[in-house]
Design a protein around this ligand. Structure first.
Ligand code: NAD
Ligand code: UGA
Length: 464
């Protein structure tokens, strides 16, 4: 099928950047990103590119180049579905918070709503592409819904999971390690796969485009995230061992990472992984394994999550015990709220959990993050704890300046690896803190020796 118009349902962290690159690389295809959230669409359309709803280095440049030419953002969902030959579903698939599978399974209601909407409005044949991360076999459910319309329209379902990481999304999209496309093996399935392959071929070398059956593609996405998160939990488990033995976790990571069979990436120990996907996708994998009666498989992967929770708790506990077992009424500064650098996304960030544990200890917390808004910080806290918004606002203050945030603090904890933190005037921060001044480096980004020279008591992850 010749694709001239693409519609992407979901203008989020994946839909926005992915479609911007597809539009940039395929100037003859019109790409429209639609969403039910009008505020978000308005922000995507805002004249001032600083107001785009997500911060991602390099995104503004691509939006400037394509928006209004062949890239559009709209709330007219039905019209754009009907106009397009290919429809991407890129909506959120959070962990279920109710009913069967609560706290583990993926909540598929948004995906199902998209399928039903497509079924309702489609009058011509469509290729429907799963861009969201989904449990294996979801394509079957989508196909069933679409085929029950009785409209005579032929729907081909493809799975095309996204592997971009936030903060490096534009580069990941521009030069992906691989593009994965799963589809049917009959003639129309193969034709649909080819249509999508041709779109990616505009910029991705053919050998980096991998085609598989639908179930392999759906499952590979969950497995890729599980393997990545597993590496972080593995090195974080070793960080605790390092602290008890005098080994240095960064040195261990370097030593093992130089083995080409292990590789050096994703071995940075930390206060714990965050983000909207690692935990959600592993929980989903665990749920699928459990549902199939594969208890050992489920327990194996669940351990990755348990270790991550432990790492966050361990970090908060270390602050408490180091500060003489009481932080009540003490000011503690958290530098970084985003779940990683170069993003304004704070979903499942370790900072939220560390802050909450310290608030339970009656600490006074000050937070500085270069990109996350004050509104978002309180909304994150209100979501996970039972304190009222007023109580959270009373105990935790958000600052727009790191020097003000840390004034009179007993401790500073670094929770996001923002590059700018390394460049701060740490002497100035030290001078304005309560003594002894502690620094808890949850990302091991500061030079221990230099920081100790200033006078700080340095506590890194996996360092003694
Ligand atoms: P997001 O929450 O940022 O965006 C999803 C958007 O979908 C929202 O704007 C929401 O309003 C919209 N939406 C929901 N239901 C809708 C409907 N029925 N009609 C129209 N719009 C609707 O989510 P995201 O981070 O972009 O993630 C989307 C999917 O991609 C998830 O399955 C996620 O697991 C996967 N993924 C995310 C990342 C990432 O880095 N964030 C990377 C790879 C894959
Ligand atoms: C991750 C995957 O890397 C992407 O391939 C995937 O597409 C995406 O999830 C998804 O499905 O949503 P993302 O969560 O955006 O991307 O960012 P990562 O770079 O993977 O970082 C995740 C978390 O792990 C962050 O909190 C980061 O600080 C932490 N991390 C990462 C470590 O603690 N140590 C490391 O060595 C690497």
């Amino acid at each position: 099928m010749k694709v001239k118009n693409i519609c992407c349902i979901g203008a989020g962290y994946v839909g926005g950047p992915t479609m911007a690159i597809i539009a940039q690389k395929n100037p003859l295809i019109n790409v429209t990103v639609v969403d039910i959230n009008k505020e978000r669409i308005d922000l995507w359309n805002s004249k001032n590119l600083n107001n785009l709803p997500i911060f991602e280095p390099g995104l503004d440049k691509v939006i400037k180049e394509t928006r209004g030419k062949n890239l559009f953002f709209s709330t007219e969902i039905e019209k754009n579905i009907d106009n397009s030959e290919m429809i991407f579903i890129s909506v959120n698939t959070p962990t279920k918070t109710f009913g069967d599978g609560k706290g583990m399974a993926a909540d598929l209601r948004y995906v199902e709503l998209c399928a039903r909407k497509i079924a309702d409005v489609a009058r011509t044949d469509k290729i429907v592409v799963e861009k969201s991360t989904l449990p294996v076999k979801t394509a079957l459910a989508i196909k069933n819904i679409l085929d029950e319309t009785g409209s005579g329209v032929n729907f081909e379902i493809l799975s095309n999971p996204e592997f971009l990481a936030e903060g490096t999304a534009m580069r990941d999209l521009e030069v992906p390690d691989r593009v994965l496309i799963g589809g049917g093996s009959d003639a129309s399935g193969k034709e649909a796969i080819n249509s999508l392959v041709n779109i990616y071929k505009s910029w991705v070398p053919g050998e980096n485009i991998l085609t598989t059956n639908l179930w392999s593609s759906e499952l590979s996405k969950l497995v890729a995230n599980a393997f990545l998160a597993q590496r972080i939990s593995s090195i974080n488990s070793i960080s605790e061992l390092c602290e008890s033995t005098g080994a240095d976790v960064d040195e261990v990571a370097q030593a093992i990472g130089m083995d080409s069979r292990i590789g050096s990436k994703f071995l940075k120990s930390s206060v714990g992984f965050g983000g909207s996907c690692f935990q959600k996708d592993i929980l989903n994998l665990v749920y699928i394994a459990k549902s199939l009666g594969l208890v050992n498989v489920a327990n194996y992967w669940n351990q990755v999550i348990l270790l991550n929770n432990h790492q966050r708790e361990r970090f908060a506990k270390k602050i408490l015990t180091t500060l003489y077992n009481t932080v009540a009424g003490k000011k503690i500064t958290l530098l970084g709220w985003a779940f990683k650098k170069d993003t304004n996304d704070s979903r499942e960030s370790a900072s939220i959990y560390v802050a909450d544990m310290l608030l339970d200890e009656m600490a006074n917390i000050s937070v500085f993050d270069p990109k996350v808004s004050e509104k978002q910080i309180y909304s994150d806290l209100n979501y996970i704890n039972s304190r009222s918004d007023a109580e959270n606002k009373d105990l935790l203050k958000v600052y727009r300046c790191p020097y003000e945030a840390s004034e009179n603090s007993h401790a500073v904890a670094i929770l996001t690896e923002w590059d700018e933190f390394k460049e701060y005037d740490w002497k100035r921060i030290y001078d304005n803190m309560n003594k002894p001044a502690f620094i808890f480096d949850g990302r091991n980004i500061l030079d221990k020796i230099n920081i100790e020279k200033i006078g700080f008591v340095y506590k890194g992850i996996g360092k003694s």
